[in-house]
Design a binder for this molecule. Structure first.
Ligand code: SF4
Ligand code: SF4
Ligand code: SF4
Length: 173
């Protein structure tokens, strides 16, 4: 009798340990979905979606607090893939109000490196105490480098002619 009780207890203990181990190893459904959404995002960590990076945005998309069309670098193609993965309606991506790239006034730059550290896509080159510059082709226009500059020598240059911006702003009226 004692042996039978001990055997059952040991089996229960092993099963408990196995279940606890499995629960730790296997991601929850929601966590797994967040990873899948995150894999579809461009990983520029530019925060243009309103979240501090791609993974926080992915989490917000999965929990339903963010729409699938808030990632300008991903564009319509990413929104379409997200819609397919999540079974949601395909929505066109909300464009940036005015696509732009960062420009550094090199005469004012003191080489503090703050902008370079803030840039999520390594679009700024420069070294300590030396002038910094933006690689225009790499810049996503996220503006994350602007605020950290202590001498305000970074500005955003629109990528479209001013006239076109005006037309867009007024809806062509
Ligand atoms: S806008 Fe897109 S690329 Fe930028 S952080 Fe958000 S999800 Fe990532
Ligand atoms: S240079 Fe500035 S605006 Fe351009 S991607 Fe880097 S942080 Fe964003
Ligand atoms: S943050 Fe401003 S001053 Fe500092 S390196 Fe960048 S552009 Fe130059």
């Amino acid at each position: 009798m004692l042996i039978a009780v001990l055997t059952v207890a040991i089996i229960a203990l092993i099963a408990g340990i196995a279940l606890s181990f499995a629960a730790k190893r296997l991601p929850s459904d929601a966590g797994f979905l967040v990873e899948q959404v995150n894999e579809l995002l461009p990983q520029t960590q530019c925060a243009q979606c309103g979240y501090p990076g791609c993974r926080p945005y992915a989490a917000a998309v999965v929990d339903g607090t963010a729409a699938i069309n808030l990632c300008p670098p991903g564009g319509d193609e990413t929104a379409r893939r997200l819609a397919g993965l999540l079974g949601r309606e395909v929505l066109p991506v909300l464009e940036q109000s005015s696509p732009a790239v960062a420009v550094i006034d090199e005469a004012l730059c003191i080489g503090c490196v703050h902008c370079r550290n803030a840039c999520p896509v390594d679009a700024i080159i420069g070294a300590h105490h030396l002038m910094h510059t933006v690689i225009e082709s790499e810049c996503t226009g996220c503006e994350l480098c602007v605020a950290p500059c202590p001498v305000d020598c970074i500005s955003m240059k629109p990528l479209v002619p001013a006239e076109a911006c005006q037309v867009a702003a007024t809806g062509g009226q």
